[in-house]
Design a binder for this molecule. Structure first.
Ligand code: SF4
Ligand code: SF4
Length: 429
């Protein structure tokens, strides 16, 4: 453990093996898990607030959870675990608010084919998760002769009708956040980072990097309001992008799309055409261990459907998975917050089969990186979903004892060095 949050901290530097106050490593572990989960849900709540969605219970929980981590307030493992799981419950509510905010403002996502690469002419690249920034920029750039491209987690913007209707939303460029040094250097126009995950920029593009509101980096230009005029002007001055199509992809499998096909999906499961569902997604990152998720997806059998979301999708989408029951086998549900949609699909299927989510032929393999992923994991645990595989590395803030509690209670597993082949043998369903 490490804690230096109060004046009595050991040796004036930090409590490491035990707290001067009496806090032990497991209490510290649960307090940190709560803190990180709250940070994640606060990020989602902030997006939802910008879309006009707020909730008093959410605000009260954030206060209560932070209060519980103040010195000499809570030394009780059971009540801390209760708060940790409640963080998952509140995060489910927040993701639902965000989903409603997006669909009310921009329309319900629909399956959409996205041009990948660049088109000849000036362009602006937008990364991060904030669809409202994208909407404001698209409106302000209308008629300016400048194309707008999505990067990373902004890819789902193409699936929202009120964003897609802008003809200058020209395509998608690039992959997940960890590749931005190379990709932002290659993109000749200005770049707008609306949220995480943005990296401290390289010299090669820092003068072209704009950030919005709380997002800020040294050398970049921070926009505190929704005025994108400097970005649009810079795009006109920068060297134009080449006409370079690198491919196309289909996205936009929102929960309303998949549940709209529920009868067809249920029939396909009953007939054995679909034997299993895999949720493979979450965050991406630079570690080589993340190839596990690529191998996992490519090992899934033909009679299965893969639901993916978050930037973890960039690890698995460059592969031809084919179709099953008339559906693409790989269904891109959107951003990391669209884990809400995967939960809606799982609970919808459980209702259709009159069983619990844990009784479904469903395997969850979650890649995590930052604190929104922690909030999503806590939501899955709050729902009692068992047998989740988490990777590529264990969260350092979860102590061995707390991990054991989560294993015993939820059968939480860490990813193996290689995906276990028995997970792809579908003799039973
Ligand atoms: S809160 Fe407890 S563990 Fe943390 S610095 Fe203070 S005495 Fe140490
Ligand atoms: S899914 Fe996670 S890692 Fe990826 S961009 Fe979003 S917040 Fe960052």
């Amino acid at each position: 453990m490490f804690c230096n949050q109060c004046e009595q901290t050991a040796n004036g530097t930090g409590c490491v093996d035990a707290g001067v106050c009496g806090k032990d490593p497991d209490m510290q572990s649960l307090q940190e898990t709560l803190l990180y989960g709250v940070k994640g849900l606060a990020a989602y709540a902030n997006h939802a607030r910008r879309l006009g969605k707020t909730d008093e219970e959410v605000s009260a929980f954030i206060e209560e959870a932070l209060f519980a981590t103040v010195t000499n307030v809570n030394f009780d493992l059971d009540s801390l675990l209760e708060l940790v799981l409640d963080c998952g419950r509140i995060n489910l509510k927040v993701m639902e608010m965000l989903d409603a905010g997006h669909t009310e403002k921009f329309g319900a996502p629909a399956p959409t084919t996205v041009y990948e690469g660049t088109k000849a002419g000036p362009g602006i690249l937008v990364t991060g998760h904030d669809m409202l920034d994208m909407s404001d920029l698209l409106q302000q750039a209308a008629g300016a002769g400048v194309n707008v491209y999505t990067h990373g987690e902004m890819l789902p913007a193409h699936s929202y009708p009120k964003l897609r209707e802008h003809e200058h939303l020209a395509g998608h460029f690039g992959t997940a956040w960890q590749n931005q040094y190379i990709e932002f250097s290659q993109f000749t126009g200005p770049i707008v980072a609306t949220t995480n995950c943005v990296l401290v920029p390289w010299e090669s593009y820092k003068d072209r990097l704009f950030t919005t509101r709380v997002t800020a980096v040294p050398g970049g230009t921070r926009l505190k309001d929704n005025d994108f005029s400097q970005v649009i002007e810079m795009a006109k001055q920068c060297p134009p992008l080449p006409d370079n199509k690198t491919g196309e992809s289909t996205i936009g499998f929102h929960h309303s799309v998949i549940l709209g096909l529920a009868d067809k999906v249920v029939e396909a499961v009953k007939s054995g055409e679909i034997k299993h569902f895999y949720v493979i997604g979450g965050c991406d990152g630079a570690e080589s261990g993340r190839n596990y998720f690529t191998k996992f997806a490519q090992s899934t059998p033909e009679e299965s459907v893969i639901l993916t979301l978050g930037c973890g999708k960039f690890r698995i989408r460059d592969h031809e998975y084919g179709t099953v029951a008339g559906l693409p086998r790989l269904l891109d549900m959107g951003q990391c917050n669209d884990a809400y949609g995967a939960i809606r699909v799982a609970t919808g299927l459980a209702e259709a089969f009159d069983c619990g989510v844990n009784d479904l032929p469903l395997t969850l393999v979650i890649s995590w990186f930052e604190q929104k992923a922690v909030a999503v994991l806590l939501t899955l645990l709050h729902l009692g979903i068992k047998g989740i595989r988490l990777g590529p590395a264990p969260p350092a803030f979860i102590s061995p004892n707390v991990f054991k509690i989560l294993q015993d209670k939820f059968d939480l597993k860490l990813v193996e060095s290689e995906p276990p082949q028995e997970l792809f043998q579908l003799s039973t369903n």
